[in-house]
Ligand binder design. Structure first.
Ligand code: PLP
Length: 387
């Protein structure tokens, strides 16, 4: 028997049209930002999301930094978010002098627990940042209602959530602001890239200025002013046309590639049902309100020791699996720069037990079967999963 080759955790998808579009950008004679491909990406994102204004950035991190600038945060202001997230969710606000306030997550979706938000609000609270983990929506009705009651802004970290919905509405378009990532590990990518959705029309004009070094250059380019000048705070947040051209090729296929990811996701979900019923692992839970985008397939195992063993043994079966976030409140910077509300028991329990399985376009059903068969062997000797 030929030993199976390593099944990698991720492989960035290519539609095949990226290089053609980059060639077209070159022939257009604009390689810097805000050219024709950027405009086409903006139109695609605005049409898809219904957002007032979509602005490409060079990363989701940059989009979150723009969001923090737009909210005019001051030192000492507080921003409520989960600890179970990527560092950029917190860093973007810390850069403005604000303090992340970590609230625990729900055991089913691993998203911010909306029932705990109100108790974390203080006179310094300015915003809530729901993170849609694995492209599964947070409880946006409760979150937006709490925000409205207390005069807070909502910034969605929708890094993983393009083409995912909540009650049929696109994630990223439900808060005042939303941030997408087009990093190569995300469903739709251009290597490194992102976008800010400006859903509150009152923030749209300023967002354009902040993104372009604090100038009104975009208005100049539209012929609305006869020269452009320094207007406000800002930085260079825009990606080049090379990235935008690459991204457009991906956006144009986003629906189809999400459908293909969903097929793989459902295949995993079916193939692992028996192991879950047998009690050795838990599969992802997707509430009825959520139309997810198959960003990730993960399993939860008994504890941290089991996780290490399962990852090692999958590796012996030539399958590359990975764990995910170290909770921010336990990290050196998190301890120094942020505050947790209580000791976040759910975050601590679940972060230690999560394993992400390979899921990328180009994987076959037999690859999924191979992972499921390996897990059936491996899990037989592991302790049982308990919530
Ligand atoms: C990937 C990711 C980011 C960062 O995205 P970049 O485009 O790499 O800056 C932020 N938040 C979450 C939840 C992510 O998954």
């Amino acid at each position: 028997m030929i030993p199976p080759t390593l099944l990698s955790f991720n492989f960035p998808y290519l539609t095949g049209r990226e290089l053609g579009y980059i060639g077209e950008a070159q022939r257009n004679g604009i390689m810097a930002g805000n050219g024709l491909f950027t405009a086409r990406c903006h139109r695609w994102l605005e049409t898809y999301s219904g957002s007032r204004r979509a602005l490409l950035t060079h990363s989701c991190t940059a989009a979150l930094e723009m969001a923090a600038l737009l909210l005019d945060l001051e030192p000492g202001d507080e921003v409520i978010m989960p600890s179970y997230t990527f560092v950029s969710t917190a860093n973007a606000f810390v850069l403005r002098g604000a303090r992340p306030v970590f609230v625990d997550i729900r055991p089913d979706t691993l998203n911010l627990d909306e029932r705990l938000i109100e108790a974390a609000i203080t006179p310094r609270t300015r915003a809530i940042v729901p993170v849609h983990y694995a492209g599964v929506a947070c409880a946006m009705d409760t979150i937006t209602a709490v925000a409205a009651r207390h005069g807070l802004r909502v910034v969605e970290d929708a890094a993983q959530a393009i083409l995912a919905t909540w009650r049929g509405r696109p994630l990223g378009a439900l808060g005042d602001l939303g941030a997408y990532s087009f990093h190569e590990t995300k469903n739709v990518h251009c290597g490194e890239g992102g976008a800010l959705l400006v859903n509150d029309p009152a923030l749209a004009a300023r967002a354009e200025v902040l993104r372009d070094k604090g100038t009104d250059r975009s208005r100049f380019e539209r012929g609305e002013v006869d020269r452009y000048t320094w207007q406000d705070l800002g930085s260079s947040f825009l990606p080049s046309e090379i990235s935008a051209a690459f991204l457009l090729a991906q956006l144009e296929e986003a629906e189809a590639l999400t459908a293909r990811r969903l097929e793989l996701w459902r295949h995993y979900h079916g193939a692992l049902a028996e192991l879950e019923a047998g009690g050795s692992l838990r599969r992802p839970i997707v509430p009825a309100d959520c139309g997810h985008n198959a960003h990730m397939y993960y399993i939860l195992v008994a504890d941290r020791t089991a996780r290490t063993r399962v990852i090692e043994q999958l590796r012996e079966h030539n399958i590359h699996s990975v764990f995910h976030y170290v909770p921010l409140h336990l990290s050196p910077a998190g301890r120094r720069l942020a505050r947790a509300v209580g000791d976040l028991p759910v975050t601590c329990r679940y972060a230690d037990r999560l394993i992400r399985l390979p899921l990328w376009i180009g994987m076959t059903s037999s690859d999924v079967e191979r992972v499921a068969e390996a897990l059936a062997i491996i899990m037989a000797t592991q302790p049982r999963f308990a919530e």
